[in-house]
Structure formats: C-alpha cells, structure tokens
Design a protein around this ligand. Sequence first.
Ligand code: SF4
Length: 160
Amino acid sequence: MKRNLKFFQNFAWILFILFICLSLFDIRFGTLGLFCMISPIFFSSIGKGRLHCSYYCPRGSFLGKFLYTISLGYPIPSFIRNKYFKNIVLGFILTVLTTSLYTGGFTLINIGTTLFKIVLFTTILGIVLGIIYTPRIWCMFCPMGYTAELIDRKVRSHNK
Ligand code: SF4
C-alpha cells in the first residue's frame, strides 16, 4: 500500500500537466479541478488526515518535483504559518469562487473557467514563492490543505 502511495505521489504531477493542457484545449475540463477540492475534504472527513496532500495531490506533486532543485531556500516568513493568514487566504479564495459562480452561473464553462483561473493563479504564486523559499511553501497555506487540516482536527477531537 505504502509503495503504491509513493508511486502515485511521484507521478501525480502528470495529472496536473494534463489538467492544464486539457483546460487550455477546452475550458470545460477545468471542472476537473473539483477533484482537488473534494478529495482533501473526503479523506480528512473519514479520518485519513491530509492523505490527499501527502500522496494524491497533482499540484503538490508538481511543486515538489519541479522546484526541488531550483528552490533558493530562503527562511520562511513566520506569518505564512499563522492561522489568521491562512484564514484570510481561505476567505479570499472562497469569496472569489462564490462570486464568480454566482455572477457567471453554474454552467460547465463558467465552473471550468473559474476553477482553472484559481488553480493557475495560485500555482503561479506557489511557483514564485517555491523558488524563493521552499518547493511546497504553497501547501503551508493552501486553502484546501488548510480545510483538510481543520476537518481533521474536528474529526480527531470528536473521536477522543
Ligand atoms: S496543501 Fe493544497 S496544493 Fe498542497 S498538497 Fe494539499 S491540496 Fe495540494
């Protein structure tokens, strides 16, 4: 099992490239971005913590794979780990998402465009920060990873 997970982690970045290419070909494929929203929530809800982030996330795999050798390794600013900062980023992404879906409608084109833009923008940010600091710095405040963390905490406290 562990070997399979490791294998997936090493090659999940291919899915990320595929997602970008397919979305550029037809923006409706951007709806596949829903996978990266549902999967972390699903795994943390069933008590698997951040399993998605550790092994399945195509973007996490992409950042780790391609920035590993070029990251400059500057010290990570402390505010990145701050929960208020994470809440602000989460709130911002949720606002952009809901506003765009509300104003543009729940069509495949609008959902795909919205998710693709969010993924693209946050990935560019993740790449820039990843080059300056550490490859997966985006994962320290990524709204989906943070949501999974919050759900995981709730699940654990409930199971105590
Ligand atoms: S924190 Fe976000 S980008 Fe990083 S692995 Fe988790 S879901 Fe993917």
